[in-house]
Design a binder for this molecule. Structure first.
Ligand SMILES: Cc1ncc(COP(=O)(O)O)c(C=O)c1O
Length: 392
């Protein structure tokens, strides 16, 4: 089909996606792919999950949208569930990850401005970070390639070296209102921070009366083996952003915040026409409910270890495979070269992967993936690595 009228902002694969089922994606010609992208860490329960599909179709016959002029029971129920699962007290719903980050930035700045004065507006983020494409989120994203040509950026963002406490120390001051980070940097190359580092950043924030914001857009909703990745680092953030996996593919984002921060977000301070609408929140309730009822996060821990162990064997066998990194089912395999060619070769053999940080292969299968799928994926990848090694 011709794409003349679609703006060419994406480097797309030569596949027309038709339908999906669990970890499988089918193109319009009926070819089957083992999908280890899950829509870039979105379809947590797999494609066309029956519980989510039923919830969406039933809701569509009742009410898709009504606006936030109304009380929305499914929105209230979802907020209650997220608060119960988290260290936060209140939730604002958006439609995407970038919008959740925008909300988090606004909340942090307003809280600091109202509590300590207008000079406290700076936000520290990290190299290799990715927070989204809107102007605030883009300004927070410390990767020049994404910012090129879009200046002037939103002022007040300072960039620290990843995992380097001295760097954070040199930037943090009485002007800092927040430190924003992904506990495992996803798009930037699947790079987990250490618990010691995150705990030290928490202490620095407390000392400087700055908030700690975790961007769990990619790591949240069970992706790393716990509902929030922060649970595994012994650190509690003040604000958490969620999106991707929350409604198994229906667009939604959420900003969770502690009570003191939520208190400054009074009527009129922030809004979204679609945010938290009946369709999205019903899909999210079905997704989160299934995740918890079926103990899928324990399964993620098991499958994550299994996948990482299998990839580790490739590191021992193929010199181009350098390092396995990750947490749960957010896994990266660092290569000694750009990963795009390997992704392309895997795709031709029926395995879908993504590139992270240029030289890492990123594995984000649906959380319901089984060992047999992992075996199949690693075997396809191994054949590609073997062929690439032989052709050098
Ligand atoms: C950590 C993180 N934050 C924010 C975003 C932006 O989310 P969205 O594409 O839904 O705006 C992404 C997307 O990849 C992400 O991985």
């Amino acid at each position: 089909m011709s794409e003349n009228h679609v703006m060419q902002t994406y480097g797309r694969w030569p596949i027309e996606a038709a339908r999906g089922e669990g970890v499988w994606l089918y193109d319009t010609g009926g070819k089957k792919y083992l999908d280890f992208t899950a829509g870039i860490a979105v379809t947590a329960l797999g494609h066309a999950h029956p519980v989510v599909a039923k919830a969406i179709s039933e809701q569509a016959t009742q009410l898709l949208h009504c606006s936030n002029l109304f009380h929305i029971p499914s929105q209230i129920e979802l907020a209650n569930k997220l608060v119960e699962l988290s260290c936060c007290d209140k939730v604002f719903f958006s439609n995407s990850g970038a919008e959740a980050i925008e909300g988090a930035i606004k909340m942090a700045r307003r809280y600091a401005s109202q509590t300590y004065g207008r000079e406290k507006y700076e936000i520290i983020t990290f190299e290799h970070s990715f927070h989204g494409r809107t102007m605030g989120a883009l300004s927070a994203t410390c990767q020049p390639k994404y910012q090129e040509g879009f200046g002037p950026l939103v002022p007040g963002f300072l960039y620290a070296k990843s995992g380097d406490l001295d760097s954070v120390q040199s930037l943090i001051s009485h002007k800092t209102c927040a430190v924003l980070l992904e506990p495992v940097q996803g798009e930037g190359g699947v790079r987990p921070f250490t618990a010691e580092f995150l705990q030290a950043v928490r202490e620095l924030c407390d000392r400087h009366r700055a908030l700690l914001i975790f961007d769990e857009v990619q790591t949240g909703v069970g992706r790393t083996g716990t509902f929030f990745a922060y649970e595994q680092f012994g650190v509690e953030p003040d604000i958490v952003a969620l999106a991707k996996g929350l409604a198994n593919g229906v667009p939604i984002g959420a900003v969770l915040a502690k009570q003191k921060i939520a208190d400054v977000m009074v009527p009129g301070t922030h809004a979204s026409t679609f945010g938290g609408n009946p369709l999205a929140t019903t899909a999210a309730l079905a997704t989160v409910g299934t995740l918890l009822e079926q103990h899928i996060m324990q399964h993620v821990q098991e499958m994550g270890h299994y996948l990482m162990e299998k990839l580790q064997t490739l590191v021992t066998k193929y010199p181009m495979a350098k390092e396995v990194r990750g947490l749960g089912l957010l896994v990266g395999l660092e290569l000694d070269r750009p990963a795009a060619d390997i992704v392309k070769a895997c795709l031709e053999k029926g395995l879908l992967l993504t590139v992270a940080g240029g030289s890492a292969l990123r594995f984000t299968p649906a959380l319901i993936v089984e060992k047999e799928h992992i075996d199949q994926a690693v075997s396809i990848l191994e054949s590609v690595l073997a062929e690439s090694t032989a052709s050098v």
